[in-house]
Design a protein around this ligand. Structure first.
Ligand SMILES: NC(=O)c1ccc[n+]([C@@H]2O[C@H](COP(=O)([O-])OP(=O)(O)OC[C@H]3O[C@@H](n4cnc5c(N)ncnc54)[C@H](OP(=O)(O)O)[C@@H]3O)[C@@H](O)[C@H]2O)c1
Length: 219
């Protein structure tokens, strides 16, 4: 399986990248990011790209792939609503529309998050934006498209969150992960499990297109 990965420099994307590089199911990974991952691996190729609303300049390099794992995303905390929508909806749909046209046999997996609002009518802005992003991706002519909605994600394999407040949070919560897992098994997962589940769903499909945290753990 040949995979395109967005967000490989982030917490989720780094975990997914590690699993792709480890997995015998994945023959190659093309990472598309605004900066390099800093990793060297025979299976890894990278494109540094500036404008995530327009992929026309790199289109010739985006055909011939079986799966896309879209892990690019930002927290809505402290962000103006238009910018959050641009970096969530516009970026994901620009990538998905381009890839659906170039790779009709592709499985596209979008990472949204627990609490995403499929109705797009609820009171929480970020949840509506993520819900609309999922819904519109599902309309595209992919072989299959799925939304992954993790809740608490424990970084594994030495991955460190990028933002200071998240690093502080994980420094406190991380050592207690076995406790969270025992008490709230439906609401915690790991970067490792996310990566493994994406590879398995891309290969074998899943009975539903929205996978909540517990579904991700059950893959
Ligand atoms: N972390 C969690 O616990 C959690 C839980 C549930 C859902 N999620 C969802 O998972 C997704 C990824 O989260 P994360 O924790 O991995 O985030 P993260 O660590 O902040 O990584 C975000 C990724 O998106 C890229 N990115 C951000 N802004 C960009 C821009 N303007 N242009 C191009 N690339 C940009 C980053 O690239 P740079 O490295 O260049 O900034 C990075 O690769 C998000 O949609 C988030 O809502 C996360």
């Amino acid at each position: 399986m040949k995979v395109i990965l967005f967000g490989a420099t982030g917490m989720v994307g780094q975990g997914v990248l590690l699993e792709c590089l480890r997995s015998p199911e994945v023959d190659g990974v093309l990472s598309i990011g605004r900066r390099p991952t800093g990793r060297q691996h025979p299976k890894l190729r990278e494109i540094t790209h500036a404008d995530f609303t327009d992929f026309s300049a790199i289109e010739p390099q985006l055909a011939g792939y079986d799966a896309c794992f879209f892990c690019l995303g930002v927290s809505s905390l402290g962000m103006n609503p238009e910018e959050y929508r641009r970096m969530t909806y516009d970026f994901a749909l620009a990538a998905a529309r381009t890839l659906a046209r170039l790779n009709p046999g592709m499985t596209f997996i979008y990472v949204s998050g627990a609490g995403t609002d499929s109705s797009t009518r609820g009171s929480t802005r970020w949840a509506r934006v993520k819900g609309q992003t999922e819904n519109d991706i599902f309309q595209l002519p992919f072989k299959a498209a799925y939304a992954f909605r993790p809740a608490y994600i424990q970084p594994m394999g030495g991955i460190v969150p990028k933002t200071a407040w998240l690093r502080a949070l994980y420094a406190v919560l991380g050592p207690l992960y076995p406790l969270w897992k025992a008490v709230f098994p439906k609401y915690v997962t790991t970067t490792e499990q996310l990566g493994k589940a994406m590879i398995a769903v891309a290969r074998n499909g899943a009975p539903k297109r929205v996978l909540e945290n517990r579904d991700i753990n059950d893959v």
